[in-house]
Design a protein around this ligand. Structure first.
Ligand SMILES: [Fe+2]
Length: 420
């Protein structure tokens, strides 16, 4: 039998930050959204009534396109109703909505849990929606943004398997992907493997939420046609620095970064983490002849720190993927600012820009909101759930820039464009 992820009631979730997030323990909160309007979207019929016109971008499941033959169909912008009609009941369609900026009509249906609300300027919020038919899956991976995640089930059931970062040696990682294909295993084999590698699983029902700490390995599959969304929250300044903003995520970056999630806002780092962080920033800020040299120096440092901790041990399997990791990172560097030898210093990167928004930005937001026809109450929910702010004047410059991008994107539409 596979271990189940521990469960708590909605009432007990008030202590989630101290009891589960800082100690980095996953937990299922049953019925967390049971008393909210989103509970009326707990069936396909209810979701169509409340969210049928919502825009969704239909794509190929991403590990398939990663491993595919280059023939992936183009993403299509459609409505949730279109998705239901075309793919809803189709098993294993491979056509999914994934990491889709949550549309306003969904933001209108819930209240942000207290434990997700930012406690400091460095804390930010990102929300993404997921929609797929039965048999679809999200391949085993960890998220490189280093935020905590609350995964909320809207309708249908979703099975989620999690492994702690310390399980990496069993998962034969390549970058942030596991090479182990849980979706290809027979049930008994899969259960035995999850047990062996120290994983746990759960089945989320509508209105349930799963808290996943930063950098945890996760795999999900759709038991039914289902929809969920996630809230990504409370990343501290150290994890922001160590995230994919600056470094190509691999199991060493994961192992080194994860314990920083235990540090409370305003607290100094404990001595061991402070020494490690100083070592990492010293290499980051040193002179390097070029990006490749900087990448190799950083990777060697993360690997060393992980090994000195006794973490990041070599995989149990026989294929060393380090060379592939390095080649992939080199390719990834072609279109990113990461590893620039003349880039900003780590001290500069730790500072958060929380200057207030400019007047021209605020005018642009008001103009876009009027053109979209958002009612005032809906715009208030958008501000409350995307930024935990009550008015547009409270947003920082960076937040307004994100809001403008959202309002200019298809995600921000009240209704998907009609497709013929
Ligand atoms: Fe993920």
């Amino acid at each position: 039998m596979v271990r189940e992820i521990p469960e708590i009631t909605a009432a007990a979730a008030t202590d989630l930050w101290d009891t589960y997030a800082l100690p980095r323990r996953p937990v299922v909160v049953r019925g967390l959204f049971r008393d909210q309007p989103i509970a009326d979207a707990a069936t396909v019929a209810g979701a169509r009534r409340l969210l049928g016109a919502a825009p969704v971008l239909i794509k190929e499941e991403y590990s398939r396109s990663f491993a595919g033959d280059g023939q992936a169909p183009e993403p299509e912008l459609a409505s949730l109703d279109d998705y239901v009609g075309r793919y809803g009941d189709e098993p294993d369609s491979g056509r999914v909505v994934t990491e889709w900026d949550v549309p306003p009509t969904l933001l209108e249906l819930f209240t942000l849990p207290e434990f997700c609300r930012p406690q400091a300027p460095v804390h930010d919020l990102f929300l993404h929606a997921f929609l797929a038919g039965p048999g679809n899956y999200a391949h085993l991976h960890f998220d490189q943004d280093q935020r905590h995640v609350l995964l909320v089930q809207v309708f249908g059931r979703k099975r989620v398997v999690v492994f702690p970062p310390s399980a990496s040696r069993w998962l034969h990682p390549f970058g942030n992907l596991g090479s182990v294909r849980l979706q290809g295993m027979a049930p008994a084999e899969r259960d035995a493997f999850i047990d062996l590698a120290g994983g746990m699983q759960t089945i989320l029902e509508p209105t349930d939420a799963l808290f996943m700490p930063l950098l945890v390995w996760h795999f999900a599959d759709y038991v039914d046609f289902g929809m969920s969304f996630n809230i990504r929250f409370r990343r501290n300044a150290h994890n922001r620095f160590l995230s994919a903003d600056n470094f190509a995520g691999d199991r060493y970056v994961q192992a080194v970064s994860e314990p920083f999630g235990a540090v409370r806002v305003g607290d100094p780092l404990p001595a061991d983490l402070a020494a490690e962080f100083a070592r990492i920033t010293a290499v980051h800020d040193a002179d390097h002849p070029d990006r490749e040299a900087k990448y190799r120096a950083m990777r060697a440092t993360f690997r060393d720190v992980a090994r000195q901790r006794g973490d990041g041990a070599d995989p149990v399997y026989v294929f060393p993927l380090d060379d592939m990791d390095e080649r992939q990172a080199m390719l990834g560097m072609r279109d990113t600012f990461r590893y620039r030898p003349d880039g900003r210093s780590s001290a500069d990167m730790m500072v958060v820009d929380d200057r207030p928004a400019a007047g021209s930005q605020l005018r642009m937001v008001r103009d876009l909101v009027r053109r979209h026809g958002y009612p005032d109450s809906l715009f208030a929910r958008v501000l409350a759930n995307k930024f935990a702010k009550a008015t547009v004047e409270e947003l920082s410059r960076g937040e307004v820039a994100r809001l403008v991008a959202y309002l200019q994107s298809p995600s921000g539409l009240l209704r998907a464009p009609v497709t013929v």
